[in-house]
Design a protein around this ligand. Structure first.
Ligand SMILES: *[C@@H]1O[C@H](CO)[C@@H](O)[C@H](O)[C@H]1NC(C)=O
Ligand SMILES: *[C@@H]1O[C@H](CO)[C@@H](O)[C@H](O)[C@H]1NC(C)=O
Ligand SMILES: *[C@@H]1O[C@H](CO)[C@@H](O)[C@H](O)[C@H]1NC(C)=O
Ligand SMILES: *[C@@H]1O[C@H](CO)[C@@H](O)[C@H](O)[C@H]1NC(C)=O
Ligand SMILES: *[C@@H]1O[C@H](CO)[C@@H](O)[C@H](O)[C@H]1NC(C)=O
Length: 340
């Protein structure tokens, strides 16, 4: 009897430890306004800034191949699909040391030329190097998932938030809330879910779209051109002054955001229920200086989809599950902003 209890106890301890495997990597924002993290790799621990990629991606470091050699990476072979030289190296990712494979593009003939990224997206071809899959295969993760939560999507220097690889950081979840599994939208090449087309600015309905993506590489939310025009008309009706510069990347500048309303979008959960996501005016605008704000919303001409810019991760802690190609969402715990 005692040995059975001991066995159960040991099993529970081991399992409890394993089921908690998480690699937390601090995220920052670069001057192209993309989320990125800094890693060290190779025997020489060379430092490089990489973006977490979820579109069509591979682990890629664009650099002369001498650099990969000098950093102490191990050459594996030519990758004819990616048109690259592939390497393996020890990466320092957050507090974890791990071996990852990556491609060094063979000049501009490579489809990934110029990329500096670790891939957390779908793997359509075996030649694509994928961080989640490699960490899972080497036993460093129990789940091929990652989570994103931001504390400040507008900071340029300090940590903007975390990429939690493998398991959620429970302290990022608002007390009493649980992850909601969102419906999966088939046929897309990246993580996506469906919307019930309930898109509102305050109480005013905007023309929605039915497929929803989350962006890690832009703070801009993309709405259909019709929703965008409706939004600008709503500003005009409210007496909100703005400058619209369609020939400068559709930039919209505002003198004040005081009167702006929340934007809400209805997502469809796996069980068919609605999950409403709110973007506040602080999240869909950026303060440029004391007198001007920029609208972080741009129109797109493919009208059936909506892409939420990364400020949404300030209010929601969002998981991306690779095997199920599914997005999980929960309200984020708000940081205690008390400062002594
Ligand atoms: C890389 O480029 C060199 C020189 O252009 C070429 O000989 C080689 O076959 C290329 N390798 C791959 C994998 O594309
Ligand atoms: C987990 O999240 C909390 C709340 O955001 C944060 O203070 C803490 O540093 C995180 N832990 C790790 C290991 O990232
Ligand atoms: C806007 O959304 C925030 C966050 O969900 C909420 O606290 C606030 O009350 C909302 N404002 C209005 C006018 O609904
Ligand atoms: C979501 O928002 C819609 C309005 O767009 C509202 O009618 C509905 O009750 C909300 N659902 C939930 C679950 O909050
Ligand atoms: C604020 O920024 C806008 C847009 O970049 C610029 O046109 C304006 O002159 C700036 N105002 C001040 C007071 O710096």
């Amino acid at each position: 009897m005692r040995s059975i209890f001991a066995f159960i106890l040991i099993f529970a301890v081991v399992f409890g430890t394993i089921s908690n495997q998480r690699i937390s990597v601090p995220l920052k924002i670069n001057d192209k306004q993309q989320l990125f993290f800094t890693v060290k790799y190779g025997e020489k621990q060379c430092q490089v800034d990489l973006i977490p990629a979820i579109n069509f991606c591979s682990n890629v470091i664009t650099e002369p191949s001498q650099v990969a050699d000098q950093c102490g990476s191990v050459y594996i072979g030519e990758n004819n699909f990616v048109k690259s030289r592939d390497y393996s190296a020890k990466f320092q990712l957050g507090n974890t040391q791990t071996n990852l494979q990556f491609s060094v593009p063979n000049g501009s003939q490579s489809m990934f030329y110029g990329a500096q990224e670790l891939c957390f997206g779908f793997q359509n071809y075996a030649e694509q190097q994928n961080t989640l899959i490699e960490l899972f295969q080497s036993g460093q993760l129990t789940e091929e998932r990652f989570y994103v939560g931001l504390n400040n999507a507008q900071t340029s220097s300090a940590s903007a938030g975390y990429l939690d690889i493998g398991a959620a950081n429970e302290s990022q979840i608002k007390a009493g809330s649980d992850f909601v599994k969102l419906s999966t939208s088939t046929g897309e090449s990246q993580y996506s879910t469906n919307s019930n087309r309930n898109l509102n600015y305050g109480s005013q309905k905007l023309q929605g779209g039915s497929i929803v993506f989350f962006s890690l590489d832009s703070p801009f939310t993309q709405l259909s051109i019709f929703a965008f025009q409706d939004l600008l008309s709503a500003f005009s009706q409210q007496g909100v002054e703005y400058t619209y510069l369609p020939d400068q990347d559709y930039a919209v500048y505002l003198n004040s955001i005081e009167q702006l309303q929340n934007i809400t979008l209805g997502l469809v959960a796996q069980d068919g229920s609605a999950y409403n996501v709110t973007l506040t005016s602080q999240q869909y605008t950026k303060q440029l200086n004391n007198s001007q704000y920029q609208l972080l919303i741009v129109p797109q001409f493919y009208t059936n989809s909506i892409t939420l810019g990364y400020p949404v991760f300030e209010s929601y802690y969002v998981g991306f599950d690779l095997p199920h190609r599914q997005i999980l969402i929960v309200e984020k715990a708000q940081q205690n902003t008390f400062e002594a």
